[in-house]
Design a protein around this ligand. Structure first.
Ligand SMILES: Nc1ncnc2c1ncn2[C@@H]1O[C@H](COP(=O)(O)OP(=O)(O)OP(=O)(O)O)[C@@H](O)[C@H]1O
Length: 367
């Protein structure tokens, strides 16, 4: 899969950019705050309709303009598709090959993108929401059903929370049942994804860190026993919800379910949040990203495009070299931003395009 070109209008601080991409490496250099990440954000939006920085539509539109456009041309298995996104006050609208897209599911798959940003490097140390978000994002790209299920779960959660807030117990049983139904399916999909990627993670971690430590992933349901979830599924979730009923009514919110679950990063069975060195944590997240790319490549028969947002400054020389070695072996298209091109080690990469980003203007410096 390749993105051959992109046209950006009134997006963040980019008034207008019309870029033709290299099929291997595309490097964006510039000082902080010039618009480098915004270009990656526009590319990611073409694949997911979402901002990897979790921005709302209005934040993406240039200040003082009513709407923004992002258009791209993607090539997959010799087929070219035109993807056009409109962002306005009414929300986001998409066209593929000039036809309006009405179902989100029809949109996905034209561009598969994996993003790796400094924010993710901190996720081994941070709170569960960072890891949950990572996991959800990773599954969205590989499983269309997951996205729909995710929206369904959060719709039910919102309804159930508003009953809890009002202290209205009459309708609670029905919503609890629906929540557990959608919740357990969401959890099962997460657990299945982790089981499929864990061997890949183990492989890449050993490659990066050397030695014989085993990297692993564990899904940790919040306030309920993982073995019970495994055994009784939905019933176990309903039981845990009813055990927390008094707390839920007191706090006016649902305290059990996949929106509270955690994903643990393990080395030899120990949680790296508590026991891992900073170096081990960095290697782990890097291996996790490589596993994500590998998994998508196996699933779709072609690697996704990779967006590296100022990563080279976060990784030391050895880890940068590991990443580059991985990228050299893959015939995948990569988009990299950096403030310091000297930290990018491009030896062995046969071809690349370079762009300089200054105050929202993007200038091609090497084709
Ligand atoms: N909706 C918007 N309209 C206009 N400008 C915006 C909008 N949103 C953000 N900006 C500005 O656009 C610039 C782009 O920031 P961006 O994060 O893309 O820069 P960057 O080159 O990646 O730098 P950094 O490395 O600091 O992230 C920032 O200066 C920001 O203030």
């Amino acid at each position: 899969m390749f993105l051959t070109k992109i046209q950006i209008n009134s997006f963040r601080n980019i008034a207008a950019a019309d870029l033709v991409f290299n099929r291997r490496f595309n490097i964006f250099t510039g000082d902080n705050g010039q618009g480098k990440s915004s270009i990656l954000e526009a590319i990611y939006l073409l694949g997911t309709m979402k901002s990897f920085r979790l921005a709302r539509t209005q934040d993406l539109i240039s200040w003082d303009t009513p709407h923004a456009f992002v258009q791209g041309r993607a090539e997959k298995d010799g087929v070219t598709r035109e993807i056009a996104l409109y962002l306005g006050k009414e929300g986001r609208k998409a066209r593929i090959d000039r036809k309006p897209v009405t179902r989100l599911a029809d949109f996905f798959g034209a561009v598969n993108a994996v993003v790796f940003s400094p924010e993710e490097i901190g996720m081994a140390r941070g709170g569960p929401e960072l890891r949950r978000r990572y996991l959800d994002r990773a599954i969205f790209s590989s499983d269309l059903g997951y996205l729909m299920l995710y929206h369904e779960y959060y719709r039910i959660l919102k309804q159930r929370n508003s009953l809890l807030k009002r202290g209205d117990q009459a309708g609670l049983e029905v919503w609890t049942d629906q929540l557990a139904e959608a919740g357990i399916r969401l959890m099962e999909k997460r657990i299945a994804y982790l089981a499929a990627t864990e061997p890949l993670l183990g492989h890449f971690y050993r490659q990066i860190a050397g030695g014989d430590e085993t990297a692993g992933l564990a899904y940790r349901p919040h306030a309920c026993d993982p073995a019970a979830i495994d055994r009784d599924g939905k019933e176990a979730l309903i039981r845990a919800l009813s055990e927390h009923r008094a707390e839920e009514l007191r706090r006016g919110t649902t305290v059990v379910g996949p929106h509270r679950d955690d994903l643990e990063f393990l080395l030899n069975g120990r949680v790296i949040k508590h026991h891992g060195s900073q170096g081990q944590q960095r290697s782990f997240v890097l291996a996790l990203k490589m596993a994500e790319v590998e998994y998508l490549e196996k699933l779709y028969g072609a690697p996704p495009i990779l967006l590296l947002d100022d990563i080279s400054s976060e990784l030391d020389r050895q880890r940068n070299e590991n990443l580059m070695q991985f990228l050299r072996q893959k015939s995948m298209q990569v988009f990299v931003t950096t403030t310091d091109p000297a930290t990018l080690r491009l030896d062995g990469i046969d071809t690349h395009a370079a762009f300089r980003v200054e105050q929202g203007k993007v200038i091609l410096t090497q084709r």
